[in-house]
Design a binder for this molecule. Structure first.
Ligand code: HXC
Length: 263
């Protein structure tokens, strides 16, 4: 773990990860992606199991992340390019597979790999200054950190294709309208406070159940309905093996708030 290109802070069970390369609008180079990979492989600091949610953001108001680092990519060989794409895909997958909810908080540019990073979060909050887009085709590249896959799952193939083929940028309001963004805020502070409040609300629910919902939703992508329902069925069965389910149902019947053991 490092505090150089990633800033980490934690408060009441929420880990905030800030991509910190403001001079390059937080562009993702190999160093940032490698550090993110090491961090997300866990356990999350300070003590893995205490973390109940993650906020992912970029340093400063100008950018969440303005993409993968174009300077680095411009001189990569095909093998290096492939390895770089694989690294970005691994990082976004690790984020997606965290057993706790992740909220991307976007101010300013979330372009290319930045938009792809945000889409690996469970949901996206934005300020009015946010700008989203997949401009890769303007550079002779394609979205390679999962953008071709995740954008169409978020917004449907029509919008995904229009955004990816044109490389057009959209603002926060448009991004909310098409389902890329959940909520839009006036200020960064309001956005971060709201994300922390949402994560605190989720933290009052059964952590096991939330993690099972996250994996059932994530694992449904790309499956047939029958296969996805089988995954959900197995996850539902699993809840009957947990202390959380016994406590949640007992608390309801006893008309008291639950105190989930988290297992
Ligand atoms: C490297 C970047 C960068 C990037 C910005 N910078 N984006 N460096 N990679 N993606 C650097 C600039 O070179 C500049 O450095 C500094 O950040 C400030 O940027 P400016 O361009 O001067 O700022 P501004 O005029 O405000 O324009 C902001 C911007 C523009 C619209 C966001 O920077 C821009 O278009 N950036 C590229 C966006 C993009 O195409 N992203 C997708 C990349 S491809 P200096 O040293 O000059 O001050 C991608 C592929 C993912 O993400 C998949 C890979 C497998």
């Amino acid at each position: 773990m490092t505090d150089k290109t990633l800033l980490l802070s934690h408060d009441r069970g929420v880990l905030t990860i800030t991509v910190n390369r403001p001079d390059a609008l937080n562009a993702l180079n190999r160093e940032v992606l490698t550090e993110l990979g090491i961090l997300l492989e866990g356990p999350l600091p300070p003590n893995g199991s205490d973390i109940r949610g993650v906020i992912l953001t970029g340093a400063g108001e100008r950018a969440f992340v303005a993409g993968a680092d174009i300077r680095e990519m411009s001189v990569m060989t095909p093998d290096e390019g492939e390895a770089f794409g694989a690294l970005g895909q691994r990082v976004t997958r690790l984020l997606e597979e965290l057993p706790v909810p992740v909220i991307a908080c976007v101010s300013g540019y979330a372009l290319g790999g930045g938009c792809e990073l945000a889409m690996a979060a469970d949901f996206v909050y934005a300020t009015g200054s946010a700008v989203f887009g997949q401009p890769e085709v303007s550079l002779g590249l394609i979205p390679g950190f999962g953008g071709c896959v995740r954008l169409h799952h978020r917004v449907g193939p029509g919008w995904a294709k229009e955004l990816i083929y044109t490389g057009r940028r959209i603002d926060a309001v448009e991004a909310r309208r098409i389902g890329l963004v959940n909520r839009v805020f006036d200020t960064r502070e309001e956005m971060l406070d709201s994300a922390a409040a949402t994560l605190a609300e989720i933290a009052t629910r059964s952590p096991v159940a939330v993690a099972l919902c996250k994996s059932a939703i994530g694992d449904s992508v790309g499956r047939t309905t029958a296969d996805a329902l089988a995954v959900e069925k197995a996850a539902f069965r699993k809840t009957f093996t947990t202390g959380d389910m016994r406590e949640g149902t007992a608390a309801f019947l006893a008309k008291r708030p639950p105190s989930f053991p988290g297992r």
